[in-house]
Design a binder for this molecule. Structure first.
Ligand code: GLN
Length: 195
């Protein structure tokens, strides 16, 4: 990679450190976003990690970061959301009115696999990559997607990864495996294509 890319990882709560490690394995410069002043206008991409979407949504409002982030995403900043991150990026969260970015035309169902099957591991296909390991933790899935959304993974008839323009989302946690190809996809297809 010629230019050293800089990707910010939202670090208010949840599993951000694993994303940082994966990005480091891809020679990308990364930094943690904990407060409004951490938002660097020069960043090439943003990751919203897993955690608890209601908590993160509340913190985004309390820390007065929601509007700034929304503006950056709406203006085309490439963003990758995993699990709770996917929920925060969705157009609609089924049955909920939490703060969220409405950045990708999907309806998501939280904790969609119920209590028993809340967490599981499988291997399935990611369009353009092939079979990849997928770790689900009290995961959401995508109930419906608009016509402009590209569906990237389907597991048990549920959409679990998708992309629309500058927004990539997965129900599962690619950062919890040693396979860095989804992050590489984010960099190559959403960031480098744009630059
Ligand atoms: N169940 C969580 C939520 O609804 C998401 C879980 C996760 O990010 N691993 O926000």
């Amino acid at each position: 990679m010629d230019k050293r890319l800089k990707i910010g990882v939202l670090a208010l709560q949840g599993g951000f450190i694993e994303h940082i490690h994966i990005l480091q394995s891809l020679q990308v410069e990364t930094f943690e976003i904990r407060k409004k002043s951490d938002l660097e206008p020069s960043m090439d991409g943003l990751i919203i990690p897993g955690g608890e979407s209601t908590t993160v949504g509340k913190l985004l409002n309390d820390l007065d970061m929601y509007n700034d982030l929304k503006k950056l995403i709406d203006n085309g900043l490439p963003v990758f959301g995993t699990c709770a991150g996917m929920i925060l990026l969705a157009r609609e969260i089924e049955g909920r009115e939490n703060a969220h970015f409405e950045a990708i035309d999907i309806v998501v169902k939280r904790n969609a696999y119920g209590r028993q099957l809340g967490s599981f591991f499988t291997e399935a296909s990611f369009k353009g990559i092939g079979q990849i390991p997928m770790t689900f933790i009290r995961a959401p899935y995508i109930e419906s997607a608009g016509a402009g959304v590209e569906i990237l993974s389907v597991v048990d008839n549920h959409i679990v990864a998708a992309r629309e323009k500058n927004v990539l989302v997965t129900s599962y946690h690619p950062e919890l495996t040693s396979d860095n190809r989804v992050h590489q996809y984010f960099i190559e297809k959403l960031i480098l294509k744009k630059i």
